[in-house]
Design a protein around this ligand. Structure first.
Ligand SMILES: *Cc1c(COP(=O)(O)O)cnc(C)c1O
Length: 290
């Protein structure tokens, strides 16, 4: 199922930037979308080589990673279980996870913090269960995300991506260095205190060369928004015809737009935004849009 893909690249309209493009990884799959497909690719081959038939992972109640894992597991004929952070809830995302056959175990926020011990308690004696960290964070995921770069033109000045754990960003930076490009990677953390992303990337790669973090576009923190971001997102979606989400990709696109207004770029520079997908998660934010 994880055959070679090559998601399309398309140009965006912009009042000043002449070369603003978007890599449509959101189009890879409706449920295993964007960077989650990239991150799971080599974790699934690991499951296969190690004869694991059960993916066990972790996430919040609106996690794109849980849905991606559930859908990927069902297509690869594997079982899947998720430890879901917090009290028992019912929502559209978890409904889809269950439809794809995922078992959901709700755990309180304190127990959730110790993922290894949760795994050991429930699956410690199951040799066929594979531990997959929250968000799919792993070296396998970095390897999968690095492949995005090989699908892009070599003459891009700036690549932008949104970050949660920083794994995707680490992969993109690895791809840039593997090919020896001059491209700068700009990372827009979706959470407050996003400086830790640089450490994460350093832990994976041993350097952070050609990396720039833009930590001021979190809009109050993870899954937080304000009317300005919602207004930006509405006008982006309606004028470009490309759906983005308020948690990650809208913050990235806002950052590009805001930096352009501050004359951060030369107008002919080539900018590539990575659309990391995650569009099902937008239903968790529906109250913000009316
Ligand atoms: C999960 C997710 C991210 C964050 O990816 P990391 O590798 O954890 O930094 C970014 N964008 C979207 C749409 C996501 O679903």
């Amino acid at each position: 199922m994880f055959t070679k893909i090559h998601s399309p690249v398309q140009q965006l309209k912009h009042p000043t930037l002449q070369q603003l493009w978007i890599k449509r990884d959101d189009l890879i799959d409706p449920y295993i979308s964007g960077n989650k497909w990239r991150k799971l690719k080599y974790l699934l081959s690991k499951a296969q080589t190690e004869n694991k038939d059960h993916l066990v992972t972790f996430g919040g109640a609106y996690s794109n990673h849980l849905l991606a894992t559930a859908a990927a597991a069902s297509r690869a004929a594997l079982k899947s279980t998720a430890f879901v952070r917090g009290e028992t809830v019912k929502n559209e995302m978890l409904m889809l996870c269950q439809l794809f056959g995922m078992t959901l175990l709700f755990v309180d926020r304190t127990s959730y913090k110790d993922k290894i011990s949760l795994f050991d308690q429930h699956f410690g004696d199951d040799p066929n269960a594979l531990f997959i960290d929250e968000g799919g964070a792993s070296m396998e995921a970095v390897t999968g995300c690095a492949e995005i770069i090989a699908e892009l033109p070599a003459d891009i000045d700036h690549i932008f991506c949104a970050a949660g754990t920083g794994t995707t960003a680490a992969g993109l930076l690895k791809g840039i260095h593997d090919i020896g490009l001059k491209t700068i990677l700009h990372v827009v953390p979706a959470l407050k205190g996003g400086e830790f992303i640089a450490e994460e990337i350093f832990n994976y790669l041993g350097h952070t060369n050609q990396l720039i973090l833009h930590t001021d576009y979190h809009f109050g923190g993870y899954a937080k928004t304000n009317p300005e971001l919602i207004h930006f997102m509405k006008s982006f979606v309606s004028s470009q015809g490309v759906l983005i989400d308020p948690i990650y990709t809208a913050k990235m696109m806002y950052a590009i737009d805001d930096l352009s207004k501050k004359n951060y770029f030369r107008k002919e520079e080539k900018i590539m935004a990575i659309h990391t997908g995650g569009l099902m998660g937008i239903f968790g934010m529906k109250d913000k849009f009316f």
